[in-house]
Design a protein around this ligand. Structure first.
Ligand SMILES: Cc1cc2nc3c(=O)[nH]c(=O)nc-3n(C[C@H](O)[C@H](O)[C@H](O)COP(=O)(O)O)c2cc1C
Length: 203
């Protein structure tokens, strides 16, 4: 059982990473494997709406991290979208990758997904909402925590002083682990779904 922790910051060991590491340590204590995926600081294309992925299950562009991220997410039972707050939203480059991953990847439903954000001072809940939208629209199960999933700090040292934020990360990992373990039980109830209908609001 594995959870992929995605660092949507170009800073590989910054504040978002520090929050994800807090979750990784908690998952490890609970016997759940983790891997941190770094989006890095190279360019990431936006979606061009070509819809070729509807036939192939993959984005046509293979020159950045989007398809590698989709592969890693497909292989894990759970994932965490982690981002720094930029102007009260998630990092735009991260959203560019997520637009393509969540549009193209056919294997995300039934996964346990959560998001976390890191900010210096404000905009955390707006960024958190934005990331949660990716998870909510793909038939994933999204656990909560004891507060909204954010840490505060401009440096990893400051994040380490945010004791409530770090506890919120640990609680989120505990709640995710419980759902993942319950889902793995042979008697777990699996959802039966209708075939999706797309009406574009036209009758
Ligand atoms: C372009 C940019 C925009 C930012 N916008 C905000 C903001 O709206 N609110 C805030 O509190 N911090 C803002 N910050 C600060 C970062 O969110 C904060 O330092 C975060 O913890 C950095 O995480 P990281 O080290 O993982 O990149 C911004 C930083 C940058 C580089």
């Amino acid at each position: 059982m594995k959870v992929l922790l995605i660092n949507g910051s170009p800073r590989p060991q910054g504040c978002t990473y520090t929050a994800l590491q807090e979750m990784a340590s908690q998952f490890e204590k609970l016997g759940i494997e983790t891997e941190i995926f770094q989006i890095g600081n190279k360019p990431i294309r936006g979606c061009i709406g070509c819809r070729k992925c509807r036939q192939t299950g993959r984005c046509v562009f293979d020159d950045d991290i989007a398809n590698a991220l989709a592969d890693k997410m497909s292989q894990a039972e759970g994932f965490v979208l982690g981002s720094p707050v930029y102007f009260a939203g998630p990092n735009g480059a991260f959203c560019a990758a997520l637009d393509r991953v969540f549009f193209s990847c056919p294997n995300l439903q039934d996964k346990v997904g959560a998001s976390i954000v890191s900010c210096r001072r404000g905009g955390a809940s707006a960024a958190f909402d934005r990331l949660n939208k990716y998870i909510a629209i793909r038939n994933c199960t999204m656990p909560g925590s004891q507060y909204w999933n954010s840490v505060h700090g401009n440096t990893p040292e400051e994040v380490r002083q945010d004791l409530e934020g770090l506890q919120t990360m640990r609680t989120l990992a505990v709640n995710m682990a419980a759902i993942l373990k319950n889902q793995a039980l042979p008697q777990a109830v699996r959802p039966e779904r209708e075939n999706p209908v797309h009406t574009n609001y036209i009758r």
